[in-house]
Design a protein around this ligand. Sequence first.
Ligand code: ATP
Length: 373
Amino acid sequence: MGLRATRLSLHGFRGYAQEEFTFDSDLVLLVGPNAVGKTNLLEAVQLLTALTSFRHPLIGQLISHGSAQARVELDVAADGRQLNLALSLRPGKRSYLLNGKPKTPRDLRGLVPAVCFEPGDLDFAKGSSGVRRRALDDLGCQLSSTYFKVKGDYDRLVQHKGRLLREEADERLIASVDDVLVEAGAHLSFYRARLFEALSVYAAENYRRLSSGEQKLTCSYRMSWDRLDERTGSAPAAVDDLRQRFADALIRFRTAERARKRCLVGPHADELTLDLDGQPVSAFASQGQQRSVVLAWKVAEVRKVEDSLGMQPLLLLDDVMSELDDRRREALLDFTTQGMQIFVTSTHKGYFTSRFLDRAQVIQLPRSQAVTR
Ligand SMILES: Nc1ncnc2c1ncn2[C@@H]1O[C@H](COP(=O)(O)OP(=O)(O)OP(=O)(O)O)[C@@H](O)[C@H]1O
């Protein structure tokens, strides 16, 4: 199924007082100098589609300085249907509309999916497990309302438990939180590990192609309780199994958690590792290899969205061309022939081939300059 964003309007959003863009191509290149608003524009598209932004902003940060509210709207053609997605932002409150009718994020989840690739994503390869957990959760929340709910429940509970541990609350009170934490935590680890496994298969294949089979990418997920007990993690068979293992671990680590005053076990501490030929990517891979790993992972995300939702996501590429060498840039631009709509931002047109530029709608920012093709 093809998704095409055709119009974006921005009112009081970030640096945009009032602006409207129309898109007439499946390849949209936004070019302009630093700080002109390229990323802000992609962020608006991401908020209306993925219902999140890679910047994870507070609502107040999205509203233009000096404005009381912001509104962004995106028209999308989806298999003959016209969708108008709107997001209104006021301090502390965000509300969505679909074709003029109020909707919850739950209603909109997965309606118009998007995958974003931005320079900060390089941390996916070189950063800690926390970066990879967050990336997985962002995608999982887009793919499934259940994932989103379980993640929200777990985050709230683990924060609450953390507060109780810091306040040295009564042991029975903490144990009562553990009783509910087990349910949300077992589900979150289960969903996340399954998503990771599916993406790992695609990413390994993508990496093999990108590196011409020179190295093998392997990805592994270790539940926190296996990691802390120094056991070798194995793929979870079922939620029941995880529930039991999590409950046992919470009892085993009760004294340690009270002593350290923080939550030690649970999905927030699961470890997600990436290895090239058995060596951790974060510590041993070259910068180029790390970039290829991230590229392989992003391509895997696109494929997973297609598998799960039966449609190609919008692909948002924010300033990644400058981060990639010619070969990897070419590999990424291969995507542009696969029919999905792609938004690319860049400070320079020079990163793109004439073949690419001929096909693309080039929007020059700031808008005082002419819009060209
Ligand atoms: N809430 C806000 N109100 C007003 N301006 C804002 C707000 N949030 C961000 N900005 C401004 O938006 C600008 C940054 O825009 P953006 O990140 O889209 O730039 P960019 O074109 O992607 O730049 P670069 O090429 O450097 O990545 C900054 O000048 C910043 O001050």
